[in-house]
Design a protein around this ligand. Sequence first.
Ligand SMILES: NC(=O)c1ccc[n+]([C@@H]2O[C@H](COP(=O)([O-])OP(=O)(O)OC[C@H]3O[C@@H](n4cnc5c(N)ncnc54)[C@H](OP(=O)(O)O)[C@@H]3O)[C@@H](O)[C@H]2O)c1
Length: 258
Amino acid sequence: MAEALTFDLSGRVALVTGASSGLGAGFAKLLASAGAKVVLTARRADKLAEQVAAIEADGGQAIGVTMDVTDAASTAAAYDAAEAAFGTVDTIVANAGVATEKMAMGLSVEEVDFLLAANIRGVFLTATEGARRLDKAGSRERQHGRIVLIGSITAEKIFPATSVYGATKAAVRHLGKALAREWARRGISVNVIQPGYFASEMTAELFESDVGAAMIKSFPRQRMRPASDLDMPLLMLCSDAALGITGSVITVDDGQML
Ligand SMILES: NC(=O)c1ccc[n+]([C@@H]2O[C@H](COP(=O)([O-])OP(=O)(O)OC[C@H]3O[C@@H](n4cnc5c(N)ncnc54)[C@H](OP(=O)(O)O)[C@@H]3O)[C@@H](O)[C@H]2O)c1
């Protein structure tokens, strides 16, 4: 019988952005439980410390590093801290993102810039800073670079009050494919996970409202699924199994896009 597929990430060094809450905190915990040394980054140091403590309590190895994804210097400094602690980061989850719950006519220019900065500039800086370092560390020969960008189904389907947010996620989808093409011969796989709606700080207000309840009723399966639905796709894309998978987009949405 064939050996069961496992996603053992021991020996790998992962950096997760937006790891202070929500999906990113879950991704960090998951990667640590699979054996990776994990660098959790975000702006809120206290929340990072809580997540690091939880990982360590489970026997995992992790550090928290403050990082603002919109800022190139902050991003470079976080990678420096990660390298000093664990060595070259070979597994990057560009997860940090922000959303607004406003229709386009109510969005201010400042809110538009806020969405673009975190969701596009942030993902670009996180991926390129990591890729440059991987390239220098010999990813072309070692083939060990794994980058996963967290997009959203709003990149492809129009949901209420997601005009600019969805546009930023369409940009993430595009970036994932473009960077995968640029780095194809550098031993770096770049893929995108497009989650549907899951419970998190970002969506808490929406799903406590009548609009949110109506949205859930409109979903094909009329339910919300736990964010752990994202675990297997993430582990797979971070593992050796993804050596031959690059430029792909995996949607995990319980059919919400249908
Ligand atoms: N939940 C969903 O239904 C859903 C669906 C599709 C896609 N997504 C995507 O999944 C990702 C995670 O979202 P979530 O639902 O887990 O939301 P969340 O709980 O609000 O988490 C967002 C994370 O991003 C961090 N962040 C925001 N701006 C940042 C910045 N400038 N620099 C560094 N970190 C920053 C936040 O940390 P600090 O505030 O501490 O910096 C936080 O850890 C986002 O990209 C989101 O668009 C979520």
